[in-house]
Design a protein. Sequence first.
Lengths: 268, 250
Amino acid sequence: MNLPRIRYGRRLNYSDYFYNFFATLTGLTIFNWEFFKQAFVPPFEISEVRKHMYELGVKTFGIVSVTGFIIGLVLAMQSQPVMQRFGASDFLPGMVSLSVVRELGPVITALIFAGRVSSGIGAELGSMRVTEQIDAMEVSAINPFKYLVVTRVIATTMILPILTIYVIIIAIMGSYLAIIIVEPMSFEYYRSSVVQSIEFGDFIPGVAKTFVFGYIVGLVGSYKGFSAEGGTEGVGRASTTSVVLASLLILVFDMVLVKVTLWLWPTI
Amino acid sequence: MANNLIVVVENLTKRFDELLVLENVSIEVHRAENLIVFGKSGSGKSVLLKCIIGLMKPDYGNVFINDKNVLVLSINQLNKVRKDIGFLFQGAALYDSMTVRENLSFPLKRHFEEMTIKEIDDKVKYTLELVSLEEAIDKMPSELSGGMKKRIGLARSIITDPALMLYDEPTTGLDPITSKEISELILNLQKKLNMTSIVVTHDLICAEIIADRAIFLKDAHVAYEGNIDDLTKSNDPFLKNFFSHDIKKV
């Protein structure tokens, strides 16, 4: 697999940036193609996938719990005075939960996940690249792409939807706290308001797109790490650019997927 | 190709952008022979090794290992050839997320699926004994010294009993005593396991211990070839300068 080389240095001109943009797109396309070529061919490295799901996913639960709780809390705190002004306080649980389920939960979780996981994968694989560990695997007749990349991408694709559902639940709990600080509301009433306002169809597009976001996080981190060069500086660069590129792609794909969803199912 | 030739490199040429690193380099390596590749830093020694193992594609030329041209093989065919080759990297390239035991058992688990866990463990322990580092079995690479890493890297390379070993600067960065120990270890292993070795180095002591034959890369070509005495006692001003510097340094 020949990936186009990115130009680095202190004196890059506009043509270099232009070249780097297309080189990155080409590299990601090659990487994407290679993933689909290898993901469905044995060996499937199930134990490695499980290990990465634990390493990359379960250890992210702490940070997404805090983030999810704060999102729900702040969203309810911000919306409460406005809803009260329009005499629509009763709709607050439904409004917050719909926002969290359809958009905020999936996107914020994906961005937090990109920050923690994409940079981690970029740094780990980048370090393996510059210390010749990936070459060592290759000369030992072990397919490094399969062992290092495919397993991580599958793990991130599988774990992000689970994290997102968890964050949605936590955010809804956070919003309940914000509401009861201002006015008394029984949990039963709050729960029934949330359940009534959310339909199963609201969950589908929100959670479905997190499979794509998880895939982006794994693929971008692996691509940046795998193509790292230039010693420790290259490792740092792989880690940083992984987060930036993964976050950017998550937002771009979010826009596209929302549009596609509304086009395919206008009633959702 | 003669039957006792294990590696044949024909007219290998490699350049990086404008920089010509190797030009029409041809070498032959016989079975159970130890070939030393000398050269100044940046003379293309490591590039030559990486082209032989298929990590780099040359711009021109052929590389035959056991009569198979590695440059035209598919990745699966190349991997079959690679199973019979060991490679010791300059920095040992141990997998730093694995213990020494896991580093050594990794290639065995991949390539010898019929081996039981006990057999793999026994083989790991036996190989660590060969490099005198049994006590390091459960250590992480970060807990090892430079010399220990080289030994473990060597153990990992030989654990699959390869017929051909490629060494990229096996003694670089080590003190003279450890460097001599590693060189003697390479020679002992080569005798014990009857391996063929290609050793890239500019360490004269290492070369004197190991070499059956040596070549010298200069200006992208094989400039000199012969046994180690021919090169070190040559009247050629360049070789004299290179080796006298090396001896003084040691």
